[in-house]
Write a protein that binds this ligand. Sequence first.
Ligand code: A3P
Length: 280
Amino acid sequence: RVLKFGNLHLTEPALKVFVPDGDVLARMERVRNMSVNDDDVILLTFPKSGTHWIWEMLNMLISGKAEYVSWTPERDFLDLEGDNLEQVLSPKIIITHYSIKYLPNNVFKKRVKIVHVSRNPKSVAVSFYHHLKATGSYINHFPETFSEFLPLFLDEENHMHQYWFSYVQEVETFCRKNPDYPVLNMKYEDVKRNQHKEIKRLAQFLEIEASDSLVEEIISKCEISKLKTVRGDASAGGKPFMYRKGVVSDWKNWFTVADNEAFDKVYEEKMAGSNLTFEY
Ligand code: A3P
């Protein structure tokens, strides 16, 4: 089965993640009623915001050891494995790209901690382009160039799975309306710039003791070059694009001047009511 949107033709595996069609909506309904435990942690991200990287850090903090766990994030991915997740023992990290409004009801009832990682949307768009291009088997007609892809990312009618501009603002609104709810907002660029501080902040949020030496070991184990070696083949069914460049400003190599202007125009319009800022 293939679902079309714009120039993209997505087949079943990609549909599950990217397009909220009828079947996906049914699964989302099951997800809504799923049980979670109060010591679980939700890792909430728009795709390509550094999910896999922060997930490694979270695991190491929770176990208190700078060692890689034997499974990959895909095991505990709400969007993919929503039905089996209840069987995974707690405490577990539940990873999701679903919008905050689609999380299981129990998350909010039990005040399960949410770690939200965001990233500047120009980098997200570039990373997404490479991800979708690499998973070519999902897509029949993928745009050749980044400039052809960008309009799909920017178009609210044509968006993939979630619309970045809505996704981050829904979290922002949630936090504003629920100032006491335990959400930790982390930014990819902050983690890049100051890993020690950000990992400490993460540990404090999780109420975990993390010594300086453990934090330093975690930083070292989570370097992209190491993750590429350890996870590159295992994660996401052997697709090493999950660990690509891992830098802040690679988008500048892909955006033309015209792309950048088009982007900034949409950004200004869509983010008009938001206080969010991003580093490019
Ligand atoms: P790039 O494509 O810009 O390199 P996600 O895990 O949410 O899919 O995010 C993937 C992005 O995070 C990719 O960005 C990937 O390279 C980057 N990434 C993965 N591991 C990283 C690490 N250890 N340090 C920095 N960035 C990392």
